[in-house]
Design a protein around this ligand. Structure first.
Ligand code: COA
Ligand code: AMP
Length: 622
């Protein structure tokens, strides 16, 4: 048996023993004696620790004080800054003091609506230090979305900055945050704003306090002891309704799982450099820009830029070269964007990237063509791996650190030790290899996975109710005869656009609010760059011109959900195809948008609607 197989056997034969052993790599205030506790449904219920201590202070105490912990690479501002573990400790402790001075303590929520700057990272770790629960909101969301998260999390403090920088655009945060605060029913007692020189905000009327002034007054705050099951953070993600789901992450299970993943999945050793080119607003950013690499004593890159245009398609490679990145993680969309501009790899360094051992992709399906191209360019293994916000760390992968190097284009690899996958039919029976079914994971989920949804026990339970004893991932796929898992797509109305998780149901909800829209359906259509893009079919009830209505729809989604929803195509149609029981035939609409053969099911009520849409869409050129 190889190391991967041995670890699979050990982790499934005695999960408690396996994870208790892994927990010894974490510094506990009180080491756990219990693994999974079914009664409290939590891992390590008797353990006490502090996640910030494990990410920062313990490395200062254990000989890594002068090692670089964080490299801030910001091609959009031309800045590059490094922080050793000692400097990181000082920054985080003082930021924690600043937050505590606002009356924030253990269990209080802090919303962080900030760009990719070091202060965002300091703030997350500072919350962890004092036991406050952070909730980072992605900068691409519009005020109504931020307001929903404020109302759900009821924060004591909101942290923000004067602006974000999106490629060549400055995005002032002041109007967004001020509007969100006004829209929210919950009154946020305090706002701290970090002024960026690129674009300063006007806080003279006192709507926010100046971060730097408050920081200057603050003394350092120490790490507080927390129960393993105490929440570390809430991260909102798209569910199937318009209301985002607040995934709650614990402290203990998270620290153990993420620390384990660095060595065993990514094969990263302490002191090496890891770069996940994502955003701290997503789970990838939480797990692999902030916590995972720091738990493991690695150096992380915090990158404020894009794969292309900041300034060009070579910036990823230069960043890897400059920082001796050993393992790189990005979304397939980013690689497609680079390839589009540099098919022949002219930006790829002629002498290669010697420090780089592997490239991991996730967030959406990695198409074989992109994987092949990147492997050819880099001469390195390109590994597709699969996970979700709910899980918090990879569940399917090729575990490099366990000596596995099996790969098959189109597959996301094998179950990661700790996860027991089953592909089930709609009745909950296992299907045979090569047959597509519902990808499910046997309970209990390993450490690090979510154990609740903030204030929403009902929806949390739903994910475990369809197939009793299993977690329903919401993804469909199959295991092939060689044991490789293949993820085909969602079984619900969630779509992945440029690696960003969005709900079509939420977009439909926004469209339905528009005067003149009587019915609508949003589907994910294939896109050569972003993997998928949302396309809307809208039935009009008013007198508006089609173009005017389409423009109103695009603008409304942007205002209500945010630029990240990026709906660009609206088809105004006379009717939507429906079954006799009134269900919209979304798969038919998807086929039309994808220019695929369309066959009307025999349950259709109005076949003429398909003909009308087809002729309209095809005459419009897609
Ligand atoms: N703050 C504010 N606005 C944001 C934002 C943020 N953090 N992130 C994205 N947006 C905006 C963009 O500016 C764009 O606005 P626009 O319509 O006014 O141009 C819109 O949201 C859509 O963004 P995106 O889907 O990212 O498209 P893009 O055309 O700006 O960029 C890529 C295309 C391929 C360069 C970009 O999608 C990319 O880097 N993808 C990789 C994503 C990734 O790493 N995901 C990781 C998840 S694991
Ligand atoms: P998120 O919660 O934002 O990480 O999105 C999780 C969803 O993204 C999954 O349920 C999948 O639908 C999709 N996803 C993530 N990684 C992959 C992958 N490697 N292959 C296919 N789909 C993926």
């Amino acid at each position: 048996m190889n190391d991967y197989e041995k670890t699979i056997v050990a982790s499934s034969a005695d999960p408690d023993r396996f994870w208790l052993e892994a927990s010894s790599e974490i510094d506990w205030i009180k080491a756990p004696g219990i693994g999974w506790d079914e009664s409290s449904k939590s891992w390590f219920p008797d353990g006490q620790l502090n996640s910030c201590y494990n990410a920062v202070d313990r490395h200062v105490a254990n000989g890594r004080a002068d090692q670089i912990a964080v490299i801030y690479e910001s091609p959009v501002t031309g800045q590059r800054q490094t922080f050793t573990y000692r400097e990181l400790q000082a920054e985080v402790a003082r930021t924690a003091g600043m937050i505590a001075a606002q009356g924030v303590g253990k269990g209080d929520r802090v919303i962080i609506y900030m760009p990719m700057i070091p202060q965002t990272m300091f703030a997350m770790l500072a919350c962890a230090r004092i036991g406050a629960i952070h909730s980072v909101v992605f900068g691409g969301f519009a005020p109504p979305e931020l307001a929903k998260r404020i109302d759900d999390a009821e924060p004591r403090l909101l942290l923000t900055a004067s602006c974000g920088i999106e490629g060549k655009k400055d995005i002032p945060y002041q109007p967004l945050v001020v509007e969100s605060l006004a829209l929210a029913k919950h009154r946020v007692p305090a706002v701290l704003l970090f002024q960026r020189e690129t674009l300063r905000a006007d806080i003279s009327n006192g709507w926010a306090q100046d971060w730097s002034n408050q920081l200057a007054k603050a003394g350092p705050a120490d790490c507080v002891p927390l129960k393993s099951s105490d929440p570390l953070y809430i991260l909102y993600t798209s569910g199937t309704t318009g209301t985002p789901k607040g995934v709650v992450r614990d402290n203990g299970g998270h620290a153990v799982a993420l620390n384990w993943s660095m060595k065993n999945i990514y094969g990263l050793m302490p002191g090496e450099c890891f770069w996940a080119a994502s955003d701290v607003g997503w789970v990838v950013g939480h797990s692999y820009i902030v916590y995972g690499p720091l738990f493991a004593g690695a150096t992380v890159v915090l990158y404020e830029g894009k794969p292309v245009g900041t300034p060009d398609a070579g910036e990823f490679w230069r960043t890897i070269e400059r920082n001796q990145v050993a393992v790189f993680f990005t979304a397939p969309t980013a690689i497609r964007a680079i390839r589009k501009e540099d098919e022949n790899g002219e930006y790829y360094p002629v002498s290669g990237l010697p420090s780089l051992r592997a490239i991991f992709l996730a967030g959406e399906r990695a198409d074989p063509d992109t994987v092949k191209w990147l492997e050819q360019q880099s001469g390195r293994p390109v590994i597709d791996h699969w996970w979700q916000t709910e899980l918090g760390w990879p569940a399917l992968a090729t575990c490099m650190g366990l000596g596995d190097d099996r790969r098959k284009a189109g597959s996301a690899g094998f179950p990661v030790p700790g996860y027991q996958f089953h592909v089930l039919d709609d009745n909950g029976e296992s299907v045979s290899d090569e047959k597509v079914g519902n990808i499910s994971i046997k309970c209990p989920l390993p450490p690090g996975c979510y154990q609740s949804l903030w204030g929403n026990e009902q929806d949390y339970r739903k994910a475990f109710a369809t197939y009793p004893g299993y977690y329903e991932t919401g993804d469909a796929g199959f295991r092939d005869a060689d044991g490789f898992m293949h993820v085909m797509g969602r079984t619900d109305d969630i779509i992945n656009v440029a690696g960003h998780r969005l709900s079509t149901g939420q977009m439909e909800g926004a469209l339905a609010e528009i005067d003149g829209v009587s019915e609508c359906a949003v589907i994910g259509a294939d896109d050569p760059l972003k993997g998928m893009i949302p396309v809307a079919f809208v039935v009009t009830s008013g007198q508006q011109g089609e173009r005017e209505l389409a423009e109103a729809c695009i603008a409304h989604i942007r205002t209500e959900i945010g630029a990240v929803a990026s709906v660009k195509t609206i088809h105004v149609v006379a009717a939507l195809p429906k079954t006799r029981s009134g269900k919209i035939l979304r798969s038919t609409l998807r086929a039309i948008a994808n220019d695929q053969a369309v066959t009307a099911p025999n349950t259709i009520e109005n076949p003429e609607a398909i003909e009308a849409i087809l002729s309209k869409v095809r005459s419009a050129g897609g």
